[in-house]
Design a protein around this ligand. Structure first.
Ligand code: ATP
Length: 483
């Protein structure tokens, strides 16, 4: 119980910091907000961009077996028939006749009762209906006539465009299987109970890969045998012998490695292998990558081995061949797929939770006081460096500080701040998660002798350690730290 309270308190502090500092706040707030929709303010927008850029770079620039796609949100409605979403993308819904609330039938034990927050909906006395299926796709109409034949859906995942455009992307990018298509974009789900801040939203962004591989029988035909997970000697060699199990494991490892590189170390994540009875009917294996939020250990990403289900379905529904001719194996086949599918918003929230720390620092009078520090990895920190003149009423200090700001600006996101005591300015940057602070003082101007002229104080957010650095060395040094 004590832990529940402290976790609730921690989550309250995080939500309040997000609002106060402009990371994340309610959409349409002046109209009372809209449930399940969130806006990212100045710091949140930078954080999200940095996450997406790191992902995109790791998937495209740093690999030679991936091609990017930026497809539309509204697509032909038959795509969602082929994928199974029209039929089965549903959650069980129950209504409470007492409080008029609507709840996910499979989450009653985790959902607080709106009438009595000490009880869950499973425990309260409200009279509930039988569960019925509720489709999570948002519907709209294409064109001026609101008729059944003009119904279209806002995509509930970005994945399907990568299957539907598989042949085109393959042709234009001149890739060979194994290769992947990757995409970042908005997805929409009319979730029954959006909750836990941005964790379960109705509009969110995904970063997805569809990685197309040879079916095991083709690998066997080509190489005589299929490598198994246990034999994988390294990640570099003999990819032509990798069957789906090895590719699946490879992608789980790749994703864990990437999370560590942006500030979620392996020990902060849980690798959950879905049990056979939990798997979707087409999935051969699925690993969920989970993070321990203050409200529980929950999914950030799913890495699924989907067989040839998706391409085969689109082949069936569109009547267009999705077969690939493998000139090395001299075989024609519908490729199989490994899908690492991550949510940008959930990851942003995990990084915010992971970064949030409280410690103590001396204030301007030298007394220790509480400080809130967002310890973001410099790679994803919204602002990389704050440039601060020691005093704002000394024009020579301000002029020099603006010069330093301009020097750094073309390399990274810089924030210039001359308002208030220096300690207070550091504290503001600590809360924003800015990893470096550069202070221009009288030494910089050469007032304490020529040796210190054109040097500045460089402050480290986490250790609060300060050192003198030459202005000319700042850009390369900071650029190396944020790369
Ligand atoms: P959950 O079981 O938590 O609803 P899911 O298994 O349905 O998630 P997927 O369909 O596998 O999720 O989507 C891939 C990723 O997209 C998820 O791992 C998550 O990061 C993100 N995602 C899915 N639904 C939401 C949502 N409602 N709000 C924010 N992110 C989401």
């Amino acid at each position: 119980m004590a832990e529940t309270n402290s976790n609730e308190l921690l989550m309250e502090k995080i939500v309040s910091l997000c609002k106060r500092r402009g990371f994340i706040f309610q959409s349409s707030e002046i109209y009372g907000g809209i449930n399940g929709f969130w806006d990212y303010g100045p710091l949140g927008a930078e954080l999200k961009r940095n996450i997406k850029e790191c992902w995109w770079r790791s998937m495209t620039q740093e690999r030679d077996d991936m091609a990017g796609l930026d497809a539309t949100i509204i697509m032909h409605p038959d795509i969602w028939r082929a994928s199974g979403h029209v039929e089965t993308f549903t959650d069980p819904l129950v209504d409470c006749k007492t409080c008029k609330g609507r709840f996910r039938a499979d989450q009653l034990a985790e959902t607080p009762c709106p009438k009595d927050s000490r009880k869950t909906v499973a425990e309260c006395d409200g009279e509930k209906t039988e569960a019925r299926r509720f489709n999570l796709m948002f519907k709209t109409f294409v064109g001026p006539v609101e008729s059944e034949e003009n119904v279209a859906y806002l995509r509930p995942e970005t994945a399907q465009a990568m299957f539907a455009q598989f042949k085109t992307v393959l042709e234009v990018s001149r890739r060979k299987v194994p290769f992947g298509i990757c995409q970042i974009g908005k997805a929409f789900r009319n979730e029954i109970n959006p909750r836990n801040f941005t964790f379960r939203s109705r509009e969110f962004e995904q970063m997805e890969v569809e990685f197309f591989i040879r079916p095991d029988e083709v690998v066997r035909q080509l190489a005589g045998s299929v490598a198994c997970v246990a034999d994988r000697p390294d990640l570099g060699g003999a990819r032509h012998t990798w069957g789906w199990e090895v590719w699946h494991k490879y992608w789980v490892e790749e994703r864990l490695r990437w999370y560590a590189a942006i500030g979620l170390p392996r020990e902060s994540l849980v690798e959950y292998w879905q049990k056979p009875e939990e798997l979707a009917h087409y999935a051969k294996a699925t690993v969920d990558i989970l993070y321990t939020f203050p409200f529980g250990t929950q999914e950030l990403e799913g890495v699924a081995a989907r067989g040839d289900f998706d391409l085969a379905q689109h082949q069936k529904f569109s009547g267009k061949s999705m077969e690939y001719f493998d000139d090395e194996a001299k075989a024609k086949y519908v490729p199989h797929v490994i899908e690492p599918s991550a949510g940008v918003d959930r990851l942003a929230l995990a990084l915010i939770c992971q970064a949030y720390t409280e410690d103590e620092a001396p204030n301007d009078k030298g007394q220790m006081e509480k400080r809130v520090v967002m310890r973001f990895h410099p790679r994803i920190a919204p602002i990389k460096v704050a440039v601060l003149p020691l005093l704002r009423n000394r024009p020579e200090l301000v002029a020099k500080a603006l010069e330093v700001r301009d020097l750094l600006r073309s390399h990274m996101a810089v924030f210039y701040d001359d308002a208030g005591a220096i300690g207070r300015r550091y504290r503001r940057q600590d809360e924003a998660g800015t990893p470096f602070g550069v202070t221009v003082d009288f030494e910089t101007l050469g007032e304490q002798g020529p040796a210190l002229k054109d040097t500045v104080t460089l402050r480290d957010r986490d250790t609060m350690h300060q050192e003198r650095v030459r202005i000319g060395e700042l850009a390369p040094r900071l650029a190396a730290a944020i790369r």
